[in-house]
Write a new protein. Sequence first.
Length: 196
Amino acid sequence: MERDSSLSYDRANAKQLTYDVPVIVDDVKNYRNFSMTRCTYFTIECDVPSPNWILGLENRSIPFVLIGLSGVVFKPIGDSVLFLSAESIEELFNTIETSPSLYIDTNDLWLPNALFQAPHRRGQVHRVGNKLFNEAYLFREDKISEDHFLHSCSHLNQETRYSEKETLSFENWGKSQIEKAKGLYPKSKNLELRYR
């Protein structure tokens, strides 16, 4: 039996709410006509009907069956606004995945290289402000043109900042995931490829 879950949305303050999303540099392209960086970010997903959800809206509780959800991860559980340790990442992901209908996924978007403090490299975590993230998402979904996106980015160049502590946290978390996978799937000496 699934535990009760709840969602809430503050309609009165929605326009005032701001956030920034941790994105991880995945690939840097430096071509004459394409100077962009692909970044990944984490999402909470639900793609099957999931009962026992409650929407808190205007001081009312509305029960419903959730059919689709894609939510962007932007902070750990608790008061911290940054992922300051590998454990804070693991705690959030484990908590989400205790529900049989929810899972963590990755998505990507492109940002102009000019928005990053040079040099930037694969694995670095940067915080991206909500206005820039929204524009990058719309560009990724082909909702706005590349010209429109690049023009918007030229006015949003203060919306990215390198996050050194989170870079270390996600690096350590990634290493722990590799070690965990090795423990779950130990190699058999009999199945190893042999060199000639």
